[in-house]
Design a protein around this ligand. Structure first.
Ligand code: CMC
Length: 431
C-alpha cells in the first residue's frame, strides 16, 4: 500500500480524528479507517460496499465512468483482440505477459491437468439429471478438496500453484461433464491436441458415435467469451472467494463458494435470466410492455442484462462481445432468429428511453454473451457455468494475491445493530 502524507479529518462532537489517505496508481484516493473504532469507538456503514475498499490489489482496474477495464494495466479490448484466454490467465496469475517459452510451458501444464480423477465421475452420477449444472459444479468443485489432498496446504507456495493450475485446467471438463450428464449423453474426455476453447466445445458437443470438428470461428468466439469474463476486480463472487479464503479454507472450497455466489441472477446468473427474459418477451411488439414494467417502481421486474454497479457509461466488455455476437451470428446464419430480433429491438428501445439514459443503464456483457451462447447451441442453463469456468482464473489470482498479502486478516464486517436491547428470558408458560 502506497504511503501518503495526506489525511482526512473526521469530527465527532468536539473530537477530531486524522485518518490517513492512500493514493492508488489509478482511481480515487482511499481513506484508511482501520484504526477508527479503536480511536473513536465508531463503525462506518456501507451496505453493499458501495464506497469501501476491502483490500489492495494489483490485478484489475476498472474506471466505471470512463468504461475502462485493465488487467495488469492492459486494456480489455487489446487483450480480447490480440491475446487469448490462456495468455490472459498467465497475465492475471503472474502479473506480466509471458515470453513464448513461458507461455508454451504454461499451456502444456494446463493441458496436462485437464482430466479429473476417474472416481469423480461417480459424483456426477449422484445428481439428478435435471439438476442445474451450477448446482453440480458447486458440489463437484467443492469435492475436489477430497480428491487433491496434495494441493490443499495453503501455506505451501508450490501447492498453491498446483491448485491454481488444476482449477483452471479442470473447470472446463467439470462444466462440460455437468452438461453431458444433464442431457443423458456420455462424458467426453478432454483432448490435449485441441486448444483450451476448442477442447471445451469438443467436450460439450462431441458424441462417441461420430466425429465432431470444432469450427475455428466458434472456438475463437468461445475463447473471447472466456477472456472477457476472466476477472473483474472485487465483484460479489470474487469478494466471496476472498472472504472464504480469509479463514484459511482450502482453494477448492473457496472457488466452490465463488461459484455459489456467481449463480445469482444479479451477478453471473444474469446471462441465463436475460435469455429467458428475451424468450418470455417473445415478439418485438411486446417490448413496450416490458420496458414499462422495468420502469414501474411497484413492479420488481428488471431488464436483465442491463445496468451495472460500476460501469455507468458503457461496459467495455459488452462492446467487444457485441462484435463477437455479430461474427458468430453471421457464421451460423441465424439473423432471422426471433430471440435475436427481440434482443436488437430491446437494446434500441431501451437506449432511446430517457429512464435508462438518466439511470445510466445500458446493455452489459451478459446481454450479448447469452445471445452468442444460444446461437452456438448451448442451453440457457449452461450460460452461468461458462461464466464460472471463465472467472475461475480471476478468483484464483485474487486468492493467491490475498494469501501473499502480509496485511491479510480474517474478513469480519461490523454491523449496525437495530434489534432488541438486552432483556430477560421469559419461561414458556408465561409468554
Ligand atoms: N432494469 C430496470 N431498472 C434498473 C435496472 C434494470 N436492469 N438496473 C438498475 N435499475 C434501476 C433501479 O431500479 C434503481 O432505480 P432507483 O434509483 O429509482 O431506485 C437504479 O437503477 C439503480 O439500481 P441499483 O439496483 O441501486 O444499482 P446496483 O448498482 O445496486 O445494481 C445491478 C447493479 C447489475 C445488480 C442492476 O443493474 C441489475 O439488477 N441489473 C440486472 C441484472 C444484470 O444484468 N446483472 C449482470 C451484471 S454484469 C455481469 C456481472 O458482473 O455479473
Amino acid at each position: 500500500m502506497a504511503d501518503t502524507q495526506k489525511t482526512a479529518q473526521l469530527t465527532i462532537g468536539d473530537q477530531s480524528y486524522d485518518l490517513p489517505i492512500h493514493s492508488p496508481t489509478e482511481g480515487p484516493d482511499v481513506i484508511d479507517i482501520r484504526k477508527l473504532y479503536g480511536q473513536a469507538g465508531v463503525f462506518t456503514y456501507d451496505p453493499g460496499f458501495t464506497s469501501t475498499a476491502a483490500c489492495d490489489s494489483t490485478i484489475t482496474y476498472i474506471d466505471g465512468d470512463a468504461g475502462v477495464l485493465l488487467h495488469r494495466g492492459y486494456p480489455i479490448d487489446q487483450l480480447a483482440g490480440k491475446s487469448h484466454y490462456l495468455e490472459v490467465c498467465f497475465l492475471l496469475l503472474y502479473g506480466y505477459l509471458p515470453t513464448a517459452a513461458e507461455l508454451e510451458t504454461f499451456e502444456n501444464t494446463i493441458t496436462r491437468h485437464t482430466m479429473i480423477h476417474e472416481q469423480m465421475h461417480n459424483f456426477f452420477r449422484g445428481f439428478r439429471r435435471d439438476a442445474h449444472p451450477m448446482a453440480t459444479m458447486v458440489g463437484v468443485v467443492g469435492a475436489m478438496s477430497a480428491f487433491y489432498h496434495d494441493s490443499t496446504d495453503i501455506s505451501d507456495e508450490r501447492q498453491r500453484e498446483i491448485a491454481s493450475h488444476r482449477l483452471i485446467a479442470k473447470m472446463p471438463t467439470i462444466a462440460a461433464m455437468a452438461y453431458k450428464y444433464s442431457i443423458g449423453q456420455p462424458f467426453v474426455y478432454p483432448r490435449n491436441d485441441l486448444d483450451y476453447a476448442a477442447n471445451f466445445l469438443h467436450m460439450c458437443f462431441a458424441v462417441p458415435a461420430e466425429e465432431y470438428v470444432v469450427d475455428p470461428i466458434l472456438a475463437r468466439a468461445m475463447d473471447r467469451i472466456f477472456t472477457l469474463h476472466a476477472d473483474h476486480e472485487q465483484n460479489a463472487s470474487t469478494s466471496t472467494v476472498r472472504l472464504a479464503s480469509s479463514s484459511g479454507a482450502n482453494p477448492f472450497a473457496c472457488i466452490a463458494a465463488g461459484i455459489a455466489c456467481l449463480w445469482g441472477p444479479a451477478h453471473g446468473g444474469a446471462n441465463q435470466a436475460c435469455l429467458e427474459m428475451l424468450k418470455e418477451i417473445g415478439s418485438v411488439d411486446r417490448i413496450p410492455e416490458y420496458i414499462a414494467r422495468a420502469k414501474d417502481k411497484n413492479d420488481p421486474f428488471r431488464l436483465m442484462g442491463f445496468g451495472h454497479r460500476v460501469y455507468k457509461n458503457f461496459d467495455p466488455r459488452a462492446t467487444v462481445m457485441k462484435q463477437s455476437a455479430d461474427e458468430v451470428l453471421d457464421l451460423l446464419g441465424v439473423e432471422n432468429n426471433p430471440v435475436l430480433a427481440v434482443a436488437k429491438e430491446l437494446e434500441r428501445a431501451a437506449l432511446e428511453d430517457p429512464y435508462f439514459a438518466e439511470k445510466k443503464l445500458f446493455p452489459n456483457v451478459d446481454f450479448y454473451s447469452g445471445i452468442i451462447l444460444e446461437a452456438m447451441g448451448f442451453p440457457t442453463s449452461m450460460f452461468t457455468p461458462i461464466f464460472a469456468l471463465s472467472r475461475t482464473v480471476g478468483w484464483i489470482s485474487q486468492w493467491k494475491e490475498q494469501l501473499a498479502d502480509p496485511q491479510m486478516k480474517i474478513g469480519r464486517p461490523r454491523q449496525l445493530y437495530m434489534g432488541e436491547t438486552a432483556r430477560d428470558y421469559v419461561d414458556i408458560e408465561n409468554r
